[in-house]
Design a protein around this ligand. Structure first.
Ligand SMILES: NC(=O)c1ccc[n+]([C@@H]2O[C@H](COP(=O)([O-])OP(=O)(O)OC[C@H]3O[C@@H](n4cnc5c(N)ncnc54)[C@H](OP(=O)(O)O)[C@@H]3O)[C@@H](O)[C@H]2O)c1
Length: 254
């Protein structure tokens, strides 16, 4: 089966491409670096020709309100049109758990628009909403750093490994369209402050982690359970602690 992965060079996309290729499918990765641009439409028609499944795991180069909205609107409009023209039978897109609860953020308003355009496209679809990737936790620490201190909201976070997100996206791509949303998350919910301290490791002693209800999540208003999955989500098994140990072992071996 031919499967096109838009954003196939990214953190999730490269793993989805690897996983689906290993199962013997004809997988084509599309991204600007390979001449496929979902925002301009360049290369979409040729790439989608003969494909059965389209997987969109692209991301906007800018997270600022106007450019991110422009990215997901233009990209999804072009992908829907090209998918219809190519007779795609399953449109899979990756979104974020809690997107509909984070609409005070421009990024999540844009993800919501992406989801809605896909749902209204009349193409059979599946939306996978994942929690934050373990690989993204350092960006959360950076964003939350104010001077020498780290300020985080009293919220729960239930992150997961990019490898497990990719596995879930691959499983969904090979299944029947859900015409709905599947939530995926990690095995354990942490207080954001606890996760930040785990990420800092031995550096934690030198940094003050302050609980600040005003911080929200990346500037969006968030309460305790805003970014954790609902009951019924598919949970992966690799813990953040195990993932960190593996990262450290791999770094030491280099
Ligand atoms: N970060 C998180 O914790 C988290 C949690 C849940 C869901 N998500 C979602 O996961 C998705 C993938 O994230 P990621 O971290 O894997 O992204 P990433 O590593 O930043 O990769 C982004 C991909 O998008 C491609 N791309 C950029 N502009 C494009 C365009 N105009 N046309 C086609 N492709 C384009 C890039 O291609 P080039 O390499 O050619 O530039 C790259 O392959 C996002 O939609 C995000 O909302 C993220």
């Amino acid at each position: 089966m031919k499967i096109v992965v838009i954003g196939g060079s990214g953190l999730i996309g490269s793993r989805v491409v690897q996983r689906l290729s290993a199962e013997g499918h004809q997988v084509v990765s599309g991204s600007p670096k390979s001449g496929v641009n979902s925002v301009t439409g360049e290369g979409l028609a040729e790439t989608l020709k003969g494909a059965a499944v389209l997987v969109d795991v692209s991301n906007s180069p800018s997270f600022d309100d106007a450019p991110v909205m422009e990215f997901f609107q233009k990209s999804t409009r072009n992908l829907v049109a090209a998918a219809k023209a190519a007779g795609i039978g399953h449109y899979v897109a990756l979104s974020v758990v809690g997107t509909d609860r984070l609409l005070s953020s421009g990024y999540f308003r844009a993800k919501m628009v992406q989801e809605t355009m896909i749902k209204e496209s009349s193409i059979p679809y599946s939306i996978v909403r994942a929690t934050q990737f373990y690989e993204f936790v350092n960006s959360i620490v950076e964003f939350s750093t104010v001077g020498e201190a780290i300020r985080v909201a009293p919220i729960l976070i239930q992150p997961m490994a990019a490898a497990d997100v990719s596995q879930a996206v691959g499983d969904v791509a090979l299944g029947k369209p859900l015409n709905g949303t599947l939530e995926v998350g990690g095995p354990k919910a942490y207080q954001m402050a606890e996760l930040v301290k785990l990420a800092l490791g031995s550096r934690a002693a030198q940094r003050e982690v302050i609980i600040d209800p005003k911080m929200g999540y990346f500037g969006a208003e968030a309460s305790e359970r805003t970014i954790v999955p609902d009951a019924g989500a598919k949970l992966s098994s690799k813990s953040y602690e195990d993932w960190l140990s593996q990262q450290q072992a791999a770094a030491a071996a280099r």
